[in-house]
Design a protein around this ligand. Structure first.
Ligand SMILES: Cc1ncc(COP(=O)(O)O)c(C=O)c1O
Length: 482
């Protein structure tokens, strides 16, 4: 690239002038954006190594890596393995504080830019996707793959990937299943589409769902011809009595639950309720779909074992890489009870493909070599710290509000407290301040007239932005109340 010759020796020290306003991270980020926007740092220009730039500017290396990470996540900079971080090609940067929207941002269709203060639930840390580890695993997996490995894949996935994943799930989630019970899917949502189609084909007409819950999976069920039947949840997870009553009323024999960490309320299914739910599934000869979406992340204890372990004949577990790596990997899994394997295979003909074999073999390598476990360990520490920082900042800025939900996963609930403005207005006022948050009502089967509760995700919130995000949120709360 021509930029290699022209720009590798740009005098960044003089280009990047810190203006002294706000935190070091904010200053450096503004300076890099400015250099890129004005063209002083053209596309392809290599940025200095973080250590060097930190020395030159007299800031900590953490400040530099935070800024590089943030701007890579936004597509302003590009990070390539074994090479310097560079200015990305064709970036059309908005003025700071005014996020780009739509095609005018850069010619041609664009992905929506994530908000600067990203408290939207459901998104993992897109700055710390283990790109290098994945690339290394891909290289190794392809290097040792036999010709036959690269031919057609049997239903359920490549046997090596199924075995590696089954071993991981037995160890990490205490799943009780042989290798052949594990099926690779294109994420949990498409896994759910398969399950819903198989249930409908077997004559099911209803699916018991938690209320509140993630609406996407309810919609997937509805499209397959299953009527979602909401069942209330409380601090102990789904109400087992209400579940049995709703089942008796509708004839439902299948349920979709998030036992490890209820989405979005953040409770865990209490031990006694776990027993009652599986007893119900056995009694009606039914199926519990266990959505294990963020169960790897528990910060106060080891993750609770999967419900699947209690009744492998009646619980089908769904998981994916969407929270542990990123949604872009399009890789998930189902642990399938024996009698549902053929129905699922039949449904798969019409409904969904699994991930590519190359991705499956890469994932298997990541698992077998220990890199996936290492990534999970590092990620747990990062999220736990960020959650602590967020909870502390909320306590300072919004003393009336109360945090709910286990120290787990990537989100928490915030009850704004008596006299707080309506959350719909708060969400709008927050958006005006570049803060994305969700109203609990968004997840309710029958949205309440008022909720007073926000769902805050901290997966993709930059550590350096926690305090400012909370300050802006507190401003939004007071602006919405005026
Ligand atoms: C509750 C819940 N279940 C499952 C998923 C995973 O979906 P997928 O693997 O299809 O990305 C998500 C992702 O946002 C989720 O929030």
């Amino acid at each position: 690239m021509a930029a290699d010759q022209t720009n590798s020796r740009l005098a960044w020290e003089t280009l990047l002038e810190l203006d002294g306003a706000g935190s070091r991270v904010a200053q450096l980020e503004r300076a890099v954006r400015d250099a890129v926007r004005t063209g002083r740092a053209p596309a392809g220009a290599a940025l200095p190594a973080s250590r060097r730039l930190a020395e030159v500017l007299g800031v900590s290396r953490w400040v530099v890596t935070e800024v590089y990470g943030q701007l890579v996540a936004e597509g302003v900079l590009e990070a390539r393995t074994g090479s310097a971080t560079r200015v990305a090609a064709q970036v059309a940067l908005p003025e700071v504080g005014r996020p780009a929207r739509g095609p005018e941002a850069g010619g041609g269709p664009q992905l929506a830019r994530r908000p600067r203060f990203d408290l939207a639930p459901g998104v993992p840390d897109l700055r710390h996707v283990p790109r290098d580890a994945w690339l290394r695993a891909a290289r190794e997996a392809l290097a040792v793959a036999a010709g036959d490995d690269l031919g057609g894949v049997p239903w359920g996935g490549h046997p090596r990937a199924r075995a590696a994943l089954a071993a991981h799930l037995r160890r990490a989630r205490m799943v009780a299943a042989p290798d052949e019970a594990v099926v690779l899917t294109h994420g949990a949502t498409r896994g759910m589409a398969l399950v819903a189609a198989a249930l409908a084909a077997a004559g099911h007409r209803h699916l018991l769902v938690e209320d509140p819950s993630w609406p996407v999976l309810r919609e997937v069920a509805r499209r397959a011809g299953l009527e979602p039947v909401p069942v209330p949840v409380d601090d102990d997870g789904v109400d087992a009595d209400a579940l049995a009553a709703a089942a008796a009323r509708t004839g439902a024999r299948a349920a979709l639950l998030t036992p490890a960490h209820q989405f979005p309320t953040g409770s865990a299914l209490a031990p006694e309720r776990r027993q009652r739910v599986v007893a119900w599934a056995r009694a009606v000869d039914g199926l519990v779909v266990e959505d294990d979406y963020d169960a790897e992340f528990r910060y106060d204890r080891r993750p609770v074992a999967a419900l699947q372990r209690l009744a492998p004949q009646h619980v089908l577990l769904l998981g994916s890489l969407s929270k542990t790596l990123a949604p872009a990997f399009g890789t998930g899994w189902a642990v399938v009870p024996p009698r549902w394997r053929t129905p699922l295979e039949r449904a798969a003909r019409d409904v969904a493909d699994g991930p590519s074999t190359v991705d499956q073999l890469t994932f298997a390598r990541l698992l077998d070599g220990g890199a996936y476990d290492r990534h999970l360990r590092a990620t747990r520490v990062r999220y736990r710290r960020r959650r602590d920082a967020l909870v502390a900042a909320l306590g300072r800025a919004l003393p009336e509000a109360r945090v709910r939900g286990l120290p787990a996963g990537l989100h928490l609930l915030l009850d704004l407290g008596a006299g707080a403005p309506d959350t719909a207005a708060v969400v709008r006022a927050a958006a005006d301040r570049e803060v994305a948050v969700a109203d609990l009502r968004r997840y309710q089967a029958r949205p309440a007239p008022r909720s007073g509760t926000l769902v805050l995700g901290y997966g993709n919130l930059a550590d350096a932005r926690v305090d400012e995000a909370v300050t802006r949120l507190a401003e939004a709360v007071s602006a919405a109340g005026r």
